[in-house]
Design a protein around this ligand. Sequence first.
Ligand SMILES: O=C([C@H](O)CO)[C@H](O)[C@H](O)COP(=O)(O)O
Length: 210
Amino acid sequence: MKLQLALDLVNIPQAIELVAEVQDSIDIVEIGTPIINSLGHEAVRAMKEAYPNLTVLADVKIMDAAGYEVQQASNAGADIVTILGAAEDSSIRGAVKAAKKEGKEILVDMIAVKDIETRAKELDQLGADYICVHTGYDLQAEGKDSFEDLRKIKTVVKNAKTAIAGGIKLETLPEVIKVGPDLVIVGGGITSKEDKKSAAQEIKALINQG
Ligand SMILES: O=C([C@H](O)CO)[C@H](O)[C@H](O)COP(=O)(O)O
C-alpha cells in the first residue's frame, strides 16, 4: 500500500518546502487541481525539478481532449495523470494510449460517478492503471466518505490498482486499511497539521503495518 500526499491549497514554493519535510514518508506527491488551475503545469515542472526521484501526479481531472492533455502533463514531468471516470470511453482510451507511449500512468478519478461498480469494471477493461474512489471537498463538507465505494470497486477491479481519496486522516485510516487499497491519498490529513513531518510518519507507519 502506497501513500500519496495531495497538495491543493499552497503555492509552488510552499509545496516544495512542504515536500522537503515529508518526503521520507511519501511515495507519490500530487500537484492538486486547485494549484494547476491557478498556476498551470509550471507547478508540476517545478516539483519534478526539485524532486526528480519522487513520483509526481498531476491532478488535471481530464474530461476531454485526453491524449493532448496527458501529453502536456507528461511534458511538464508528471509520472501519473488523472482523468475523470465520467469521461467518454474514447477519452479514457486516448489517455491510456498517450500515457503508455510516454511510459506514464493514468489514475481514473471516480468522483461523481453514480454506478460505481459498472463503471469501475469498464475502466478496468479500458486499461486504467489506477481506479480511485473519491469524496471531493464539497461532499466531505456534507459528512460523506468513500469507504463503501472502495469495498465495491475492490470486488470488480481485476487489473488496475485501487486508490482512495477524500478527507482521509490518521483517525479514519484503519477503516481504509482494512479494505486494502493499493494507494491511499491524503491531503489535509497531513497539510493541515502543525507538525506535518510527524503526521506523515504516523500515517506511513500505520500503512506499513497494514
Ligand atoms: O482531489 C482533491 C480535491 O478534489 C481537490 O482538488 C484532493 O486532492 C483530495 O480530495 C485529497 O485531499 P484531502 O481531501 O484534503 O485529503
